[in-house]
Structure formats: structure tokens, C-alpha cells
Design a protein around this ligand. Structure first.
Ligand code: GNR
Ligand code: NI
Length: 171
């Protein structure tokens, strides 16, 4: 098991579009385990492969309070969306910022599980929001893309400044 490095906005690698997984094998399952370790340590409720610089269509999530309800989605496809919900979202790739985002309240998703079996499930609440947030990552989209250009650019400048200062401390 290994904790992976999470890319941070505005890293251009977060803008890559992930390609479908063609084989759910032990190598993929090792990556899934490392993604859960990384997500739980962060801590976060979801993680897309894009965020750890792996550009394949794979995400993990666990929105439970006890961190005992892991979900794996390989090649997720949203088949149906219903209703609207607004959530204060955060992102491990945009550390320290939280903003309201409007998304579908219920979704029906087709995906492969960690055994490679075809599944279909209906999700609602925070898990539905999280899956939509993670699928956005797989398409190179971030929650800040739903904010105004002014807000997004303010967040980008602050994160860039923080990173410069961090680099100066380490040097
Ligand atoms: O940890 C996370 N919390 C969160 C809160 C509201 C909506 C979405 C999320 S996902 C985020 C982890 C993350 O960045 N996943 O990509
Ligand atoms: Ni995120």
C-alpha cells in the first residue's frame, strides 16, 4: 500500500480527459487500494484517478461517518439525473476552499466494480454529489469551473502564492 501525491489546481494535468479502463486486474486493484489509502489519509470522501496523475476512468468514494462504506466505480456512466441539490463542496486538489455547487440530487450510474462486474445503481445525497464531482475530475473539470471567473482566478492566485511561499520555506 502507498499514499499517492494529489495534484493541485491549477496543475494542467488536472485538465486531462481520462480514458476508459480496459481490464479490471490486480494492477488496477492495487491502484484502487492506494487511492483509498490516499483518500482516507487526506481525509476526503472521494478521489478520482486524475487527482493522482493516473488518467484512467476510475474513482473511489466513502461518504460514511465511520469510513466503513467504500465504493469503487470503474468506467462510470451517468444514465439518469433527477432533481437539484446545492452543496458546499471542497476538493483535495483545491485545498482550503469551499463553495456552493448545484448538481443533480439523484443519479443512476452504470459502472464496473472492483471485481470487474457490470453494475447499475441509484445514488442520492452526498454520495450522488461526490460521484458527480469525481466524474467531473475524469473529464478534466473542477468544482471551481462552476464559480465566476473572478472567484476562480482569486483562488488560483492564492494557491499559487501559497505554493511559492512553501517552496521558499523548503529551499
Ligand atoms: O473530500 C471531499 N469532500 C467533498 C465535499 C463536497 C462535495 C464533494 C467533495 S469531494 C472531496 C474530495 C475530492 O476532492 N474528490 O475529488
Ligand atoms: Ni475533487
Amino acid at each position: 500500500m502507498a499514499k499517492l501525491t494529489i495534484l493541485e489546481f491549477p496543475d494542467p494535468r488536472l485538465r486531462k480527459k481520462a480514458v476508459p479502463v480496459d481490464n479490471v486486474d490486480d494492477e488496477l486493484r492495487a491502484l484502487i487500494d492506494d487511492m483509498f489509502e490516499t483518500m482516507y489519509a487526506a481525509p476526503g470522501i472521494g478521489l478520482a484517478a486524475t487527482q493522482v496523475d493516473v488518467h484512467r476512468r476510475l474513482l473511489v468514494a466513502d461518504v460514511s461517518a465511520d469510513k466503513d462504506d467504500p465504493h469503487v466505480f470503474v468506467n462510470p456512466e451517468i444514465l439518469e439525473k433527477d432533481g437539484v441539490t446545492v452543496t458546499e463542496e471542497g476538493c483535495l486538489s483545491v485545498p482550503g476552499y469551499f463553495e456552493e455547487v448545484k448538481r443533480a440530487e439523484h443519479i443512476r450510474v452504470r459502472y464496473l466494480d472492483r471485481a470487474g462486474h457490470e453494475c447499475e445503481g441509484e445514488f442520492e445525497g452526498l454520495l450522488a454529489v461526490c460521484v458527480q464531482h469525481e466524474i467531473d475530475h475524469l473529464d478534466g473539470r473542477l468544482f471551481v469551473d462552476y464559480l465566476s471567473e473572478a472567484k476562480r482566478s482569486r483562488i488560483r492566485k492564492k494557491l499559487e502564492k501559497e505554493r511559492r511561499q512553501q517552496a521558499a520555506v523548503v529551499a
